[in-house]
Design a protein around this ligand. Structure first.
Ligand code: COA
Length: 379
């Protein structure tokens, strides 16, 4: 047994997975052995990737149709949940809305504690199908608008944008958001995935594990970066200010959001693809401003930081991409969850299938040989 303290569990292997493989040195990411670039090059649907992760192989045409129909069927929210969302404060953080509503969903599930593979896949499909409905409903309500009912004929990505904005999105926007969902679907043992596994390790239900995963994703060191990237882009205001901004930020020893990664010490392969998607969407919408500022910021930052192994990460181009298709800043991290629910649930299926309680140890560094003093005698 290791007696060494490893802060942040950096480099510690805590589980086996056959879901995603990261090659941090070379900037590669694979889902079940397939390089992520191949999904995007072939316009693979997010739903195909989810099927691949859950079943271990890509679906046939009829399996995919059936799976998409199942997801579409699960999209509407039960009346009680829809009513509850109407009562939430309009000022609520959408990440808290999602976290709370997932916990609420357990109360509306007929069989939340059955951990058999079939039941886990049923719950996973329900969660995945409903994340967009929950977020879009809340977003509409807080603007004083009625929620838009999900459409069965749209893909996961298209339906999300449709429910958010109340109109059918353009093809490049759908392509960009679908690619975004594909690229963020799973990513090894990241903090939220580990959190989910810790909960499942006690044999608690999948809703509880996903609630905890959302709580973990909310932090700025994990999923909370895109809103900060967007704030940075707004502060820079124009591409020609990027150089000066970076220079001054580094002089003050500040971190530039969307730069650096615990695992990738070269280009994050997802960032490279999202750069192109963000560029395409900027062309479709005619709004090039955010893409151009981001591009200038990337060049100014990477030229100074690459020698330290710091490059743009996945969150960097997520910000201008999502912003340009109508995802507001505070829905960026929840939209990360819309994708990552695929990976969380895959890891949970693995954890439940081969479970061991996750119970590390702490090194005690507090006082020793102290004694209890009755309250009357304390000074
Ligand atoms: N901008 C400038 N310098 C950065 C930096 C950034 N975004 N990220 C790391 N560094 C520097 C640190 O200051 C440190 O420099 P030093 O060795 O001279 O002290 C060095 O790089 C290593 O940093 P460290 O915090 O040990 O790296 P890490 O692997 O623990 O951190 C992140 C990874 C992602 C937490 C970190 O890069 C970061 O905070 N990035 C910004 C937030 C972000 O984009 N998060 C989303 C991640 S997907």
């Amino acid at each position: 047994m290791a007696d060494q303290l490893i802060k942040g569990l950096e480099g510690v292997i805590v589980a086996q997975t056959s879901s995603s493989k990261i090659d941090g040195q070379n900037g590669r990411l694979f889902y079940r052995g397939v390089p992520i670039e191949e999904f995007v090059e072939n316009n693979a649907l997010y739903e195909e990737v989810v099927y691949l992760l859950w079943h271990g192989r890509l679906p046939t045409r009829s399996e995919l149709d059936q799976f998409m129909a199942q997801l579409a069927e699960e999209r509407p929210l039960p009346e009680g949940i829809a009513e509850a969302i109407r009562e939430y404060p309009r000022s609520a953080d959408p990440m808290v809305v999602l976290r709370t509503t997932v916990s609420l969903m357990a109360m509306y599930d007929e069989n939340p504690d059955d951990l058999s593979p079939d039941n886990l896949r049923r719950i996973a499909a329900r969660l995945l199908a409903r994340f967009p409905t929950i977020l879009a409903a809340f977003h509409r309500l807080r603007q004083g608008l009625e929620p838009v009912a999900p459409r069965k004929d749209l893909t996961h990505a298209a339906n999300y944008l449709y429910m958010l904005n109340g109109e059918e999105p353009g093809p490049r926007s759908v392509e960009g958001v679908n690619a975004y969902l594909v690229l963020l679907a799973d990513h090894g043992m990241n903090a939220s995935t580990f959190t989910a596994r810790v909960v499942a390790g006690t044999q608690a239900d999948m809703y509880g594990a996903i609630t905890a995963a959302i709580a973990s994703l909310k932090g700025p060191l994990h999923g909370g970066a895109p809103p900060r990237v967007m704030a940075t882009l707004e502060k820079i205001g124009s591409p020609e200010n990027a150089e000066r901004f970076v220079e001054e930020a580094l002089e003050r020893h500040e971190r530039i959001m969307g730069i650096g990664h615990r695992v990738y010490k070269t280009w994050d392969p997802r960032a490279k693809i999202l750069r192109e998607m963000a560029r395409n969407i900027a062309e479709e919408t005619g709004n090039r401003k955010w893409f151009e500022i981001a591009h200038a910021l990337e060049q100014a930052a990477v030229s100074r930081l690459a020698s330290k192994g710091l490059y743009t990460n996945v969150d960097f181009y997520t910000a201008p991409l999502l912003y340009s298709v109508g995802v507001p800043v505070d829905l960026m991290t929840p939209t990360f969850a819309v994708s990552r629910i695929a990976g969380w649930t895959t890891h949970l299926m693995e954890q439940y299938a081969d479970n061991r309680l996750i119970r590390p140890r702490a090194e005690y560094v507090g006082p020793v040989d102290e004694h209890y003093i009755p309250v009357e005698q304390r000074g």
